[in-house]
Structure formats: C-alpha cells, structure tokens
Design a protein around this ligand. Structure first.
Ligand code: PXG
Length: 291
C-alpha cells in the first residue's frame, strides 16, 4: 500500500508530499519536531510529546496553526491511513515559505507534516551486549544560545557529535556541556547507577527533557523502589559508574558497557538496567492513546 503523508491538513501520497525550497525549515532549520512511537495500536505518551512540541514552538515564537486536539487527531489519522499498529511518527512544523532573508516575519503560514513509518529497530544484540560510547569534543549547545530543551529542526550540534563518534567507529557520542558536565547523547538521554541510586543530568546542564527519561524515572521509583536523583556529574562518574544506560523514543532503554575504552563495572549490562528495559517494554504495551 502506498504511503500517505499528512501535509497541511491533507493526506497525500509520498510522491506528492513536497515542501518549498524557500521553506525556512530547510533554509535555516527554523522549526520544531517530534519523534513518537506507536506500540500495538497505542501511541506512547502522545500528549506529552504534543506538550513538548507546543512548548518548543512557543520558545521560538512559532504559532502552530492547529490546536493540540486537532494535532492529536492528525497523528491518529495518519497512523490509520497507513494501517500502522507499530511504528514511528515524525511530526514536523516549519516556519513555512519565506524569502532568502532570515526574518521570520516574511514567512507565510507554518507548514505541518506528519510521517508515519515502520520503525527501524536497533540490533537486538545491542540490548544484550550493551553499547560502547565515546565522549566527543563537540560541546552541547549552551542554553543561553540555543536551549537544548527546544526540540528544533536545527540539529547540527548533535550531528557534529554523531560524526565524531562515527569517525571512531562508535555507535553513539556522549556530549558534555561547556563546563564539562555530562549532558546527553545525540538523540538519547543518559543515566548512571551509583550504589543503587539512579542518577541523570538535570535540565540546567542543557538537555532535552526526554519523554522516555521521564517514564524511566517513574518506573525506577514506582516499580523498582529506587532513589532517583537529577544531579550534575562529570565524566569521572561515567567511568566509575556501577551501570550506565541511554533512553530515547527510538532506542527505548539501552545498556552502555564501555566509555572511552573504560569498561563500566564488569563490562556487561547491569541488573537495574536489565530490569528497566523490561519494565519499559511492559509499559509501552500497556498505556497509550488508542489508534
Ligand atoms: N536527547 C535528544 C537530543 C533527543 O533528540 C532524546 C534526548 C530522547 O527524548 P525522548 O523524548 O525520545 O525520550 C532525544 C529524542 C532519531 C530519533 O531518529 C531521535 C529522537 C527521538 C526519536 C528518534 O534518532 N531524539
């Protein structure tokens, strides 16, 4: 069946889903987006993804031409049109078509498009054996310039870090902030376990407020009875952690076993990590907005 894309209020065939070369989303990365997943005909934490999208849009003074309710319906409509029970949803709002100047006042209506596709899962082996990471030289954007809490179309900061990891044949990069505190990876949040306490960097370090990060903090407290702290830490804490893992919509919960050539503990996925992988998978099959 031909893929249908939601574009400015209509479902159109993939070949007809086109955006102007004058769109400021393309010319300047001026826009916002979300990456969302559906599991067994349920969209995981859709309202939280929409809240983040609208908050990001407000931060860049972009008025989304749909209410949250209308946007929710558009997402569901797109999933239905593509008969997807499990999948990945990319929701994008750009500043729209303008001229070759920066000024957003010259842009007409924001463009809204939604792509629903099959999810490209990470190799199962990565979940069993764990990932090796490198800390890269590219620092996470400073909040005073472009706040990493804004999920904007300008992802060059993350892409530069991903390139550095790729040049070293590593699947993912750890980014520090300007002060040297661990921030996050290029498309995932990071957690460590130290003496049975789960620790993740706080917002002020300069991170995206991950929906998976939030869900995992809840599971750790409610299902595992763990102490969870949002606390700044340096790379020394990464090297000496008892466990380490990443969270994100695409990756879910994924173990980390080596960083900068240093084994994390015994170099195997940790007990708490393994339990959280399972709890998170259970949660995604239990809650969510019905398609
Ligand atoms: N940090 C950054 C910089 C992200 O872009 C996350 C953390 C995790 O947030 P969520 O809400 O997903 O738990 C993200 C999210 C992709 C892809 O294609 C990336 C994300 C989401 C979905 C797909 O690599 N990044």
């Amino acid at each position: 069946m031909a893929q249908k894309i939601y574009l400015n209020g209509k479902l159109v065939p993939r070949e007809d889903a086109r955006i102007s070369v004058f769109d400021h989303g393309l010319l300047y990365g001026d826009g916002v987006f979300e990456g969302i997943r559906a599991y067994d005909s349920r969209v995981f934490r859709l309202s939280q993804h929409l809240d983040r999208l609208y908050d990001s849009a407000r931060a860049i003074a972009l008025k989304i031409p749909l209410t949250k309710k209308e946007m929710e319906e558009a997402v569901i409509q797109t999933l239905r049109a593509n008969s997807l029970k499990n999948g990945y949803i990319r929701l994008v709002v750009t500043r729209g078509e303008g001229d070759l100047g920066l000024d957003p006042r010259n842009c007409g209506k924001p463009a809204v498009f939604i792509i629903a596709d099959k999810i490209e899962l990470y190799p199962e082996e990565w979940y069993k054996k764990g990932l090796e990471l490198v800390i890269v030289a590219t620092k996470r954007n400073i909040p005073e310039a472009i706040d990493p809490g804004i999920k904007s179309l300008n992802y060059l900061n993350n892409i530069l870090a991903k390139i550095e990891a790729g040049l070293q044949n590593m699947p993912e990069a750890v980014m520090l902030n300007k002060e040297g505190y661990v921030a996050e990876c290029t498309g995932d949040n990071i957690f460590i376990v130290e003496e049975n306490v789960l620790i993740t960097p706080p917002f002020y370090v300069g991170i995206l407020a991950g929906i998976t990060r939030q869900a995992v903090m809840e599971l750790a407290r409610e299902k595992l009875g763990l102490l969870v702290r949002e606390e700044a830490f340096t790379r020394l804490h990464l090297y000496n952690a008892d466990e380490c893992f990443l969270t994100g919509t695409a990756a879910e919960v994924i173990p980390v076993v080596k960083i900068d050539g240093r084994k994390i503990a015994e170099g195997k996925p940790g007990k708490i990590t393994t339990r959280l992988i399972k709890e998170f998978r259970d949660l995604t099959r239990k809650e969510g907005t019905k398609i």
